[in-house]
Design a protein around this ligand. Structure first.
Ligand code: UT7
Length: 332
């Protein structure tokens, strides 16, 4: 029997953003929109679009290579691979198995978990819990999305919001107590599923000429409803996780929110009474990358020195499902 670690820490992070930049002005040439509308309503100026031959597993593997290098680890050190994605390369095998092969990880438990934009927080909780059993040492967790493959490029209410990319982290057991991944507060409300969903492509609506004619294989969203729910559930998750850990919001050095809309984050900031300068933001450059949004932002925040040793960091997200989550991380 293996010894359970005292804590689970983030050993390394990495991210990958496709080279191709699509600006709001580029979009205005495709649909009836403008840089002014998109920027004032969302805070987004541009997003990355993956190449035709670049899929969730390719971007995930590239982010993972950087996370491994950052952690000073090799592929053989990894014994869990979990990918959070709503745009897997294909329904099966899992994107995690494809990443495993691309990285040459000799033997690992590999699976995908789908919780949309909250996905990275969900896989962080699952991986940390597995490591705490003492049966696994190092988990590679990845959020990777090629949302451009499920967007309706004729629907201006959705196609302007999203982008492609991947972020990864290595979680490892540690003997240092009270550091690393401290706590989670995850939840879902399936009754609100139809505010944001993709009806086609699963067993309910497999691909047929009719399903394609009816545009069922594209993301559908009721934006205003999602907006209100997002603010509510993220506020709730953040307040609950702070309360259950006896913390006040002014003890947080940094908040990394799901990067969906600047107005959602501004409302969250005022409701939680946490100044905007404590939120790490990059949505201006990448738009909403769903499950990749938090790990890309976290990787950048580490790299630019926004998160330092000893800092208490709040990660908070919402997504289709409706799912939500908050995580508290203390950097060793
Ligand atoms: O990870 C979860 C992802 N989802 C989200 O984060 C979505 C949350 N919701 C939102 O971010 C906002 O609701 C949107 C940005 C999607 C929309 O902003 P809004 O302020 O709620 O606008 P609206 O939907 O009420 O639309 C206002 C107007 C409408 O025109 P009328 O009916 O007032 O004439 C829309 O047709 O803006 C129009 N509109 C656009 N105009 C130019 C909608 N999309 C566009 C567009 N360009 N891209």
């Amino acid at each position: 029997m293996s010894l359970a670690p005292l804590s689970v820490v983030i050993k390394g992070t990495g991210s990958y953003k496709p080279e191709n930049i699509q600006t709001n002005d580029d979009l205005a040439k495709k649909v009836d929109t403008s840089d002014e509308w998109i920027f004032t309503r969302t805070g987004i100026r541009e997003r990355r679009i993956a190449a035709d031959n670049e899929h969730a597993s390719d971007m995930g593997a590239k982010a993972a290579e950087k996370a491994l290098a950052d952690a000073g680890m090799e592929a053989a050190d990894i014994d869990i691979v979990i990918v959070a994605t709503i745009t897997p390369d294909m329904p099966f095998p899992s994107t995690a198995c494809l990443v495993q092969t691309k990285l040459g990880i000799p033997n690992a438990m590999c699976m995908d978990i789908e919780a949309a934009c909250s996905g990275f927080l969900y896989i962080m909780e699952v991986a940390a819990s597995l490591i705490k059993t003492g049966r696994y040492r190092n988990a590679l967790i990845i959020g990777s999305e090629k949302l451009s493959s499920i967007l309706d490029w004729e629907d201006r209410t959705t196609c302007v919001l999203f982008g492609d990319g991947a972020g990864a982290a290595i979680l490892s057991g540690s003997d240092e107590p009270e550091v690393g991944v401290i706590d989670f507060k995850l939840g879902a409300d399936g009754a609100n599923g139809e505010v944001l969903y993709m009806p086609g492509g699963g067993s309910a609506n497999p691909a047929t000429p009719a399903s394609i004619d009816n545009r069922l294989h594209f993301l559908k969203m009721r934006g205003r409803e999602v907006f209100k729910l997002a603010v509510k559930v993220m506020q709730q998750a953040a307040e609950e996780i702070l309360e259950q850990n006896g913390l006040k919001s002014d003890q947080l050095a940094c908040v990394i929110p799901h990067q969906a809309n600047l107005r959602i984050i501004e409302l969250l900031s005022s409701r939680l009474d946490i100044p905007m300068d404590r939120f790490y933001l990059n949505l201006e450059n990448y738009g909403n990358t769903s499950a990749a949004s938090i790990p890309i932002a976290m990787d950048e925040a580490f790299r630019v020195g926004r998160i330092k040793s000893g800092d208490l960091v709040l990660l908070v997200a919402f997504g289709a499902g409706l799912t939500w989550g908050a995580a508290l991380v203390k950097c060793p």
